[in-house]
Design a protein around this ligand. Structure first.
Ligand SMILES: [Zn+2]
Length: 152
């Protein structure tokens, strides 16, 4: 028994349909994109109920040690979404590891030309912690207390 796993064409979240429930929901704020490493992180952030925007699932972080470069994860499609307009803020919610930081830096450089507000979630999350294992209260607070790293 093997079921094919499908992903949202827009945010790469797991989805039965071409566009996932979150992207398809007109009550979500499409001008804010929260960038996460994997679908578990989407679920973790959804559980905090502190975020009403859309997501972008990278499917990993840049990790030269593991041979993962910027083109191996969904960064280009993120830049495309920003380039298409309608996005005011990109929140980088990656794990606070060296790889996460490298990826934050790379993405913020890539989207800088489009003049969107870029922020990273607050470090209520301890260094080295994985987003998906962070408790809901801490993670929720981290999203609310995010720090801007560049804006118009
Ligand atoms: Zn989606």
């Amino acid at each position: 028994m093997r079921t094919e796993i499908k992903y949202c064409q827009r945010c790469h979240n797991i989805s039965d349909t071409e566009t996932c429930d979150i992207c398809a929901n007109p009550r979500r704020d499409a001008s804010t994109i929260c960038v996460v490493e994997n679908i578990q992180d989407v679920m973790a952030i959804e559980n905090t109920q502190q975020f009403n925007g859309l997501y972008h699932v990278l499917g990993g972080v840049i990790s030269p040690m593991d041979g993962v470069g910027p083109n191996d994860i969904e960064i280009n499609s993120l830049v495309e979404r920003v380039a298409n307009g309608g996005v005011n803020e990109v929140i980088l919610a990656l794990s606070s590891t060296m790889e996460g930081d490298t990826t934050n830096y790379y993405i913020s450089r890539k989207i800088a030309p489009y003049k969107v507000k870029t922020s990273v979630i607050a470090r209520g999350i301890s260094v080295g912690d994985e987003i998906e294992y962070t408790d809901e209260v801490t993670l929720g607070r981290s999203i609310l207390n995010r720090t801007s790293i560049g804006e118009t």
